[in-house]
Design a protein around this ligand. Structure first.
Ligand SMILES: [Zn+2]
Length: 223
């Protein structure tokens, strides 16, 4: 099978538009190395690319993505965990100042858990992985009479909060947070609306940010 044509076209666009604008930045980053201040833990979902949402340039975001933006609790048992390796590198080598757990609306992983979706393969990798959100589901409580969309949104947001708790089980993260050198944040992106909300740790609520700019962006007809 040929290399996807869409990717070759995308690379061609990168060569003609973005690379000329950012070539110096790429060269500099190659020489001095990367020093991103922000790490984002996002979902694999193709609609929620952190670099797009935060308009990031090369070298600005250290990103780890997995199904439903989860982090298992610290378990130094020798098991290979991509997210643990990424966290270790971000915190101890890059010394990022912020870790943002970016949840999102219409998350397929969360929906699969809520609907008890049957395994896609005998390994049931998604089922095992999504089992990580059982504590968040417990915190949200049964769906009851809530509309499914509301229940899923609550679960998506509760899962972000649980993931923040799990991050604090990593000794290197807890130490840096206690020393005031690292801050953990929760965020939630509305795919259909483009709205971004940030977790207020004091109340446990997600609050809109840049709501005025968001309203302006939708005020004037763009076509
Ligand atoms: Zn997702």
């Amino acid at each position: 099978m040929d290399f996807p044509q869409r990717l070759i076209e995308g690379y061609s666009a990168f060569l003609s538009e973005r690379l000329p604008r950012e070539q110096n930045r790429f060269r500099e980053l190659a020489e001095i190395g990367q020093h991103p201040e922000n790490m984002v833990i996002g979902c694999c979902d193709s609609r929620v690319s952190p670099e797009v949402i935060f308009d990031a340039h090369p070298g600005e975001l250290f990103v780890a993505r997995n199904v439903a933006n989860l982090v298992p609790p610290y378990t130094p048992d020798g098991t290979t965990r991509a997210i643990s390796a990424a966290l270790e590198f971000a915190v101890l080598a890059l010394k990022v100042k912020h870790i943002v757990v970016l949840g999102h609306a219409q998350c397929g992983g969360i929906k699969a858990f809520a609907e008890h979706a049957p395994p896609l393969s005998p390994g049931d990798f998604i089922g095992h992985w999504m089992g990580l959100i059982a504590p968040a589901a417990k915190a949200v409580g049964p769906r009851g009479n809530r509309p499914l969309a509301d229940y899923l949104a609550r679960l998506e947001q509760a899962s972000v909060i649980k993931t923040l708790d799990n991050l604090m089980t990593f000794p290197c993260i807890a130490t840096q947070v206690e020393r005031g050198r690292l801050a953990l944040h929760g965020a939630y992106f509305g795919v259909a609306t483009g709205e971004l909300s940030v977790l207020d740790r004091a109340t446990g609520e997600f609050r809109r940010v840049a709501a005025e700019q968001h309203a302006k962006a939708f005020q004037s007809p763009r076509f």
